[in-house]
Design a protein around this ligand. Structure first.
Ligand SMILES: C[S@@+](CC[C@H](N)C(=O)[O-])C[C@H]1O[C@@H](n2cnc3c(N)ncnc32)[C@H](O)[C@@H]1O
Length: 448
C-alpha cells in the first residue's frame, strides 16, 4: 500500500485493518516516509461498510484476506465491493485455492487440535503443536501417503512463531475453488478479468499443447478454468475482477501496443532463458542484445520497441510474443508511463530519501516507489548506500566505491570475509550503481 501510495502521489488511498498493531506500524512508516496520501482506518470491514462517508473506489485490493476471515466477514467484504466499487473499477483478491492446498488441509486441522493443549500464548502454542506433530509424523500413515506434506511441514519449522500462529491457529482459514470465487463475484456484478500473476494468463506458458487443447475442448469457461487449476495444481490465486463487463479481446498488438514496460534490474542481466511452469523458454541472441540496449533507456512502449527491433526482416508477432513472455516471467515489468530519461539532477523526493535511509538503517528490503513503473523498484541495502552517496554529490564512481567498501567492512567485521574481497565487491557495486542503476532509476522517475 505504501509503495503504491508513493508511486501515485495524486491518488488517495484508504487502508483498513481490524488489528490496531498493523495500523500503528503502517501509520508510523507512512509518517516516517513522508507519505501523506493514505488514510488509515483501524476498523472491521463491518464498521467500514457502515460509514456514511465511505467513498466509491477505483481499485479495491484484498491481499491475504479472503481465505483468512470468517464466512460472515466475506459476506461483508462482498457488500463493500457491491456498493463501493465504481463502474469499471477493479478488485484484486488473493486466496488459497484447491486443488493445490487439498493434501495439506488435514495437517492444519491436526495442528489446531494439538495446539489446544499446548501452553503459552498463541505463538508458543503454534510452535509447540508443530514440534509435537513433527515427532509424530513418521508414525502417521497420512504423511506416507502424502510426501509433499512432509516438505511443507519441514518448511514451517523454519518460520517465525508469530507466522505459525497467524497461519495455523486462525480458525476461519479456508481454501476455495476459483470457480466458486468467480461465481460469488458474478453474483454482485463483477466479471473475471484475469490473474495478477501474469504468467497465469498465458496457458501456453503453463501447460503443453496437448493439455491446452484438451482443456480448450471443454464446453464451458467454468470447466476450463477449473481444469487449468487442476492442470497446474494451483494453491494460491490472485484474481482481478471488474465492475462491469470485459471487452471482447482485441488482437494482441492492439491490446498492448501503447503499454510501456521496463527492466527492474540491470538490463545486461535480463535472462535469455526463462523458467515457466511449463518449462524453459529461450530467446534468440540478437533479440536479447537489442532488447538489453533498449531497456537502458528506461520505460518504452511495445509500439516504440517494435520500431527499434529486428531490422527490416523483423517478425512483429514473434517480438511481441517474446516481450509478453519476458513480462510474464518477471524479467520485464509493465509500467504506468513512458519516461523520457532526464539528465539526473540528483533530486530525490523526501519519500525516496527517507526510504533509502530506512533501508540502510534496518537492512529491510523495501522497494522504492516509481511513478513510471507505478510500482516498487527492488533495492539492495548496499545499493542504497551507494545511491545516497550519489545523491549527496559523488562526482565519479570512485566516490561511490569507498562508502560502499566502508559499509561492507562494517557489516562483515565479524565474519571470515577478507578485507580485499570486500573491497573488490565494493568496487564492483560502486561501478554498477554509477554506470547502470543511477541512469535506470532516473529513467524510472525515482530520481529527477
Ligand atoms: C493474512 S492477514 C493479511 C494482512 C495483509 N493484507 C498482508 O498481506 O500482509 C489478514 C488481515 O485481515 C485482518 N482482518 C481479519 N478480520 C478482519 C475484519 N473483520 N475486518 C478487517 N480486517 C480484518 C487481520 O487483522 C489481518 O491483518
Amino acid at each position: 500500500m505504501l509503495v503504491n501510495a508513493g508511486a501515485y502521489p495524486h491518488g488517495h488511498f484508504i487502508a483498513c485493518d481490524i488489528n490496531p498493531d498493523h495500523i500503528i506500524e503502517a501509520r508510523s512508516r507512512a509518517e516516517r516516509f513522508a507519505i501523506h496520501n493514505v488514510e488509515f482506518q483501524q476498523a472491521s470491514f463491518e464498521e467500514l461498510l457502515a460509514q456514511e462517508q465511505l467513498p466509491q473506489f477505483d481499485f479495491i485490493v484484498l491481499h491475504g484476506v479472503y481465505s483468512w476471515v470468517a464466512t460472515e466477514v466475506r459476506t461483508t467484504i462482498r457488500q463493500i465491493l457491491a456498493t463501493h466499487l465504481k463502474p469499471g473499477g477493479l478488485v484484486y483478491i488473493s486466496y488459497n485455492c484447491k486443488p493445490g492446498w487439498s493434501p495439506e488441509e488435514p495437517l492444519r486441522k491436526l495442528l489446531v487440535e494439538l495446539s489446544r493443549t499446548e501452553a503459552g500464548d498463541s505463538a508458543q502454542r503454534a510452535r509447540g503443536a508443530l514440534q509435537t506433530l513433527n515427532q509424530l509424523s513418521s508414525k502417521l500413515n497420512y504423511f506416507k501417503q502424502h510426501p509433499s506434506v512432509i516438505t511443507g511441514l519441514n518448511a514451517y519449522i523454519h518460520e517465525s512463531d508469530n507466522y505459525l500462529a497467524h497461519e495455523f491457529l486462525n480458525h476461519s482459514w479456508q481454501t476455495f475453488y476459483s470457480v466458486d470465487i468467480a461465481e460469488e463475484m458474478n453474483n454482485i456484478g463483477l466479471a473475471f478479468v484475469g490473474s495478477a500473476t501474469l504468467v497465469d494468463n498465458h496457458p501456453f506458458l503453463l501447460v503443453d499443447e496437448a493439455t491446452h487443447e484438451a482443456i480448450n475442448q471443454l464446453p464451458t469457461d467454468r470447466q476450463r478454468q477449473l481444469a487449468f487449476d487442476f492442470a497446474c495444481n494451483r494453491r494460491f490465486r490472485r484474481d482481478i475482477f471488474i465492475n462491469g463487463t470485459v471487452e471482447p479481446q482485441k488482437s494482441l498488438l492492439e491490446l498492448v501496443s501503447h503499454i510501456p514496460f521496463a527492466a527492474i534490474k540491470d538490463p545486461e542481466f535480463i535472462t535469455d532463458i526463462v523458467t515457466t511452469p511449463r518449462g524453459k523458454i529461450s530467446f534468440g541472441k540478437s533479440f536479447m542484445v537489442e532488447l538489453r540496449t533498449l531497456m537502458k533507456q528506461g520505460a518504452i512502449s511495445f509500439h516504440q520497441t517494435l520500431a527499434h527491433m529486428g531490422g527490416k526482416s523483423r517478425n512483429e508477432m514473434e517480438i511481441l510474443r517474446n516481450l509478453v513472455f519476458l513480462i510474464a516471467a518477471g524479467e520485464l515489468q509493465v509500467c504506468q508511463n513512458v519516461h523520457v530519461a532526464g539528465t539526473g539532477n540528483r533530486v530525490a523526493s523526501p519519500t525516496i530519501r527517507k526510504m533509502l535511509e530506512f533501508i540502510i538503517e534496518t537492512g529491510a528490503a523495501l522497494p522504492l516507489p516509481s511513478p513510471v513503473l507505478g510500482n516498487g523498484f527492488p533495492l539492495d541495502v548496499v545499493e542504497a548506500v551507494a545511491l545516497v552517496s550519489w545523491l549527496d554529490g559523488a562526482e565519479n564512481r570512485e566516490q561511490l566505491v569507498s562508502p560502499v567498501q566502508q559499509y561492507l567492512r562494517q557489516r562483515h567485521r565479524a565474519t571470515a570475509l577478507r578485507g580485499e574481497e570486500l573491497d573488490s565487491q565494493g568496487r564492483r557495486i560502486g561501478k554498477q550503481v554509477w554506470n547502470v542503476l543511477v541512469p535506470q532509476m532516473v529513467g524510472l522517475g525515482i530520481f529527477t
